[in-house]
Write a protein that binds this ligand. Sequence first.
Ligand SMILES: Nc1nc2c(ncn2[C@@H]2O[C@H](COP(=O)(O)OP(=O)(O)O)[C@@H](O)[C@H]2O)c(=O)[nH]1
Ligand SMILES: [Mg+2]
Length: 212
Amino acid sequence: MSQKRFTGARTVLLGASGVGKTAFAVRYITKRFIGDYDRDKEMVYTRQLPTPRDEITLDILDTGARLTSETIEKHTKWGDGYILIYSLTDRASLIYLSEVKDIITKVKGRDCPLTLVGNKSDLISAREVNDEESCDFGQKFDCPKFEISVAETSQGVLEVMDEIMCQIKRDFVNNLNTSNQLAIADNKPRSKLYSMKKAFKKRINRSHSDTY
Ligand SMILES: Nc1nc2c(ncn2[C@@H]2O[C@H](COP(=O)(O)OP(=O)(O)O)[C@@H](O)[C@H]2O)c(=O)[nH]1
Ligand SMILES: [Mg+2]
């Protein structure tokens, strides 16, 4: 996003296979929980979000089954914000996210739009991750955390998407302010002494080039 108006956002869904990334994306786009789809395929979903002035193009990248460090790095560079998903019924899927987070930090730095999402909260008896553990990871990743059930309702998915969009917009505004400040600093009026020195140097150079 290098333009001056916030017109688009790219969100990336990252997590181990089977945690519900595709179910999440499909739920957000269609408002339905659809079980029958190609869950391992990488796919970008696009949605136009109306705003009071115009609209924002939101792209959601549902990452595929075989994530390597290289593909995670590539997806991180593509995206503006990241939704890290694990399954509450699979502790290994939460631990795995530490690797993903490290790559995001390496590519984008510590402060980038991020959320941690524990999915499948409906499977109460199969739960492997308790509150304390999910809080620990939320603190470690320094980001908001959610527990949702994509299967049960759209509510959680919408809350996560609202949060990540807010963070992406804030990040965009911060970056814009920083580049504006740099531009202002670059055009800052110089002191009289600075201008005199510059004019003097110019004269010397001119007389120097006159000599040859
Ligand atoms: N019970 C339950 N099953 C879910 C939920 N979300 C996804 N699933 C199921 O978990 C399996 C893996 O989901 P999928 O979206 O394909 O995972 P992905 O590999 O991360 O894309 C599928 O059988 C989904 O129907 C959920 O919230 N609750
Ligand atoms: Mg999938």
